[in-house]
Write a protein that binds this ligand. Structure first.
Ligand SMILES: [Zn+2]
Ligand SMILES: [Zn+2]
Length: 307
């Protein structure tokens, strides 16, 4: 039995020094708040030297930042092309054995791969349909966000998500905070929940591998209790486990580190910053990812691209 995040005994990790690596962040190109350029500036100001923007189903932030003047490398920052794919668990669909979704991070994916971009575009279209269904459902519940929707501007490549709905519910006065909107309205089992569609975990992993990337299981606290599932995922190309996740305490991280070592997974980590609860500087003050993780992930990406 592994520790669960937030449980007694899972003490918060105090950074021994300011973290220089953050491999899990979101911008307004998916369901984060900050513009890519503003996240980049905030990460640089906090002392980050290796950054991955892991927007859901979108490489838009990476493409914009690497095409712009003042490119990340000129600023002393290693920006890794990355995505997060929230996959629908086949097991959850079939027999309910594993509840919930598996979130797969892809590091070092080729931003010029047309095949990968086609998969991401399909995922974004599914997100758009889910979003529209949720808006309709909220209207039926007397929780209309129609007025807020008129003011919402979408980036053409943006991947919509529930945090956007949550922010609109707050703006409309139907919820007091994003957390409140999730816990009462949008989470699984709540009246405003609409099931996700899209790729399953194995298809997500295959796509990341085919694009030359390293596939990593994100914030999977239950990993130590699911070794058979992890071996299956490893056989299909998963190469890492997110051990140094900001939301995990020391006991959860220790259990995940043991699991990662046993399966020879690369241990990654990051803040999963979205921007709803705090500034990046405040999130960074509570972030600990060992500095060597940046070079290890870069090495694994080089290996993934070769094989
Ligand atoms: Zn996630
Ligand atoms: Zn995330």
């Amino acid at each position: 039995m592994s520790h669960r995040p937030g449980q007694p005994g899972d003490a918060h990790v105090i950074p021994p020094e300011p973290a220089v690596v953050d491999l899990h962040t979101h911008t307004s190109r998916s369901d984060g708040v900050l513009e890519p350029v503003d996240l980049l500036a905030a990460a640089l100001a906090a002392g980050i030297t290796t950054l991955a923007i892991t927007d859901h189903d979108s490489l838009a932030a990476y493409r914009e930042l690497s095409a712009a003047d003042g490119r990340p490398e000129a600023l002393g920052l290693d920006l890794i092309p990355a995505v997060e794919i929230n996959s629908v668990s086949e097991a959850a669909r079939h027999d309910g054995h594993y509840e919930g979704e598996l979130h797969i991070l892809g590091y070092g994916v080729n931003p010029a791969s047309d095949e990968f971009e086609a998969l991401l575009a399909d995922q974004r279209a599914q997100r758009r349909r889910r979003f529209d269904r949720a808006v309709t459902r909220l209207r039926g519940l007397g929780l209309s966000v129609d007025a807020e929707l008129e003011h919402l501007t979408f980036h053409e490549d943006a991947a919509l998500g529930r945090p956007t709905l949550a922010r609109m519910l707050v703006a409309a006065g139907h919820a007091t905070s994003v957390d409140d909107a999730f816990s009462r309205i949008l989470s699984g089992g709540r009246p405003g929940y609409v099931p996700r569609e899209g790729v399953g975990p194995l298809a997500g992993v295959r796509a990341i591998r085919a694009a030359g990337g390293l596939a990593v299981l994100a914030h999977f606290a239950e990993a130590p209790d699911n070794l058979a599932r992890l071996r299956e995922l490893r056989d299909h190309g998963v190469g890492g486990l997110e051990v140094h996740y900001r939301g995990f305490g020391a006991a959860t991280r220790a259990a995940l580190a043991t699991t990662a070592a046993a399966l020879r997974f690369t241990a990654t980590g990051g803040s999963d910053y979205h921007g709803d609860r705090e500034t990046y500087a405040e999130a960074h003050a509570r972030l600990w990812v060992p500095p060597e993780v940046g070079a290890e992930v870069r090495r694994e990406i080089a290996n993934s691209t070769l094989t």
